[in-house]
Ligand binder design. Structure first.
Ligand code: PGA
Length: 247
């Protein structure tokens, strides 16, 4: 399976960042047939980055969308609007959206279906909090998130999952390799309940949470890890490409 390396820029970047796809290509040495490279900037940069990435292997995605096509939803953006300006992917249900903006599994499920209808590839995020891991509830919490935020009606071929333990995001902490491997295996099993084992085997499961070039190789080598979702280390193209080179 082709690896997927996804940059989540969060609320960072200005118009001068349109040079980043070209800069990424200066550092990217891996075979692009083996790695899908995606940058998800804030909304205002999507058109400029789509334009700037035309002659590169970089694809552009968004960090969120609403589930309606248009209407009286002040401040929201529809998947059709993102598609119209050339976005190909959309991150959904990131833990910051779940905690700061109170998104529920049901919201995320609706968004994922709407995104696919508009031709976008949803990357649905799941992950447990520190307390949930300490209490031994991580498997149950993540399993429930998969069952409720990944609707059965999705096309499995146009869907990725990102496992991001909330306590590992932006903290420099990462789970042990054994814990990452075990959770990815668990997620694969949960997807199997929905889409069948064979189809579940084709869904990309990305790891996210403090991924840096220094630790990416071991994480990306794990059996059920099919790529990474990267925040902090994706803001500099040297480190983002260094991770893509290890995929
Ligand atoms: P981080 O963020 O790499 O800075 O931990 C990951 C994410 O929030 O997607």
């Amino acid at each position: 399976m082709k690896s997927m390396i996804v940059a989540n820029w969060k609320m960072n970047g200005g118009l001068d960042w349109r040079t980043k796809p070209a800069e990424f290509m200066d550092y990217f040495e891996n075979d692009q047939r083996h790695v899908e490279c995606v940058i998800c900037p804030p909304f205002h940069l999507i058109p400029a980055l789509v334009d700037a990435s035309r002659k590169t292997c970089v694809k552009i995605g968004a960090q969120n969308c609403y589930f309606e096509t248009n209407g009286a939803f002040t401040g929201e953006i529809s998947p059709q609007m993102l598609s119209e300006v050339g976005a190909k992917y959309v991150i959904l249900g990131h833990s910051e959206r779940r905690s700061l903006f109170h998104e529920t599994d049901a919201d995320i499920a609706k968004k994922a279906l709407a995104a696919q209808e508009a031709g976008l590839h949803p990357i649905i995020c799941v992950g447990e909090s520190q307390g949930e891991r300490e209490n031994g509830d991580a498997d149950e919490v993540v399993g429930a998130q998969i069952q409720s935020s990944v609707p059965k009606g999705l096309q499995h071929g146009q869907l990725s999952i990102a496992y991001e333990p909330v306590w590992a995001i932006g903290t420099g902490l990462t789970p042990t390799l054994e814990d990452i491997a075990a959770m990815h295996d668990h997620i694969r099993g949960e997807l199997g309940k929905k889409f069948g084992e064979l189809n579940a085997g084709k869904i990309h499961i990305l790891y996210g949470g403090s991924v840096k070039p220094s630790i990416a190789k071991e994480i990306l080598a794990l059996e059920d890890v099919n790529g990474a979702l990267i925040g902090g280390a994706s803001l500099e193209m040297e480190s983002f490409a260094a991770i893509a080179n290890l995929a």
